[in-house]
Write a protein that binds this ligand. Sequence first.
Ligand code: PLP
Length: 310
Amino acid sequence: MTLVRHRRIESIVDAVGNTPLLRLRSLEKEAPGVEIHLKLEYANPGGSVKDRPALQMLKDAIADGRLTKDKTLIDATSGNTGVALSLYGAALGQRIALVMPSNVTKARKDIIEAFGTELIFSDPMEGSDGAIRHVRDLVEEKPDAYFYPDQYSNPSNPRAHYLGTGSELVEQIGDRITHFVTGLGTTGTMMGTTRRLKEHDRPIRCIAIEPAEALHGLEGLKHMESSIVPNIYDRSVPDEVITVGTEDGWDMADRIAAEEGLHIGHSAGANVFGALQVAKRIGEGCVVTIACDRGDRYFAPMRWEARYEW
Ligand SMILES: Cc1ncc(COP(=O)(O)O)c(C=O)c1O
């Protein structure tokens, strides 16, 4: 009898990546002849697609000396990147400080603070841009005290997806994949994964998703025309850009929960909706997309918690 050892790891850092690829058979009924697969990035320890880039940014900066033990990594994020930086900062023994508008939900503050991250609050009236300005001011005041990774400009962000997400997809389904679909936020997932898939010996068409409306509810995704375009975004990398409406993304997230038992977030819902549109159009092939995070990250605080805050 072969002895199978279950995975043992030395650090939570070693649990990043190697995420499962799930076939969405219920959706395939609407696009006969096409396989649809979802890569479950929410299976990372921090619960999202941002685990790989956060860890890569930390590791690369430590390796080349931009980040040392006497410096604090500082960034402006209360979302998935904030959770991931906090988690891996704790695991690697590196101090983390995050700036966020003071009106972000208690749940977001709590999850980040649990890892020992220092929270610095910016003016709630100035939103996330105000938080970014606040970080830049702090770094300018004390450049030797801080390291600012800036995921929108940091090549380690797409590199994480080139080395991880893209390479894993080639291994998992390189024999069949014909189309890759994913949404644009910092654009790290699209840039890095696509660059790796384009090295494959078969052509793989890579399609980016943007929210259809400037004011949308697909957290994590950017409507480029009305946003500051990330420095790492190279428009020539995706073969095509399609748009998905907020309602379609939200409805698809509900449908995937009910039909597949997967409670995905809204940007993941938009990705799956986009993948299904592509599948219907091609008639034959294999479409892969990304589950960026889980739906429970978007639950409102419990009613008693809201009352407690009054
Ligand atoms: C929930 C969610 N979806 C999608 C994205 C977009 O991924 P990327 O930043 O790699 O473009 C992010 C990134 O912030 C995210 O947090």
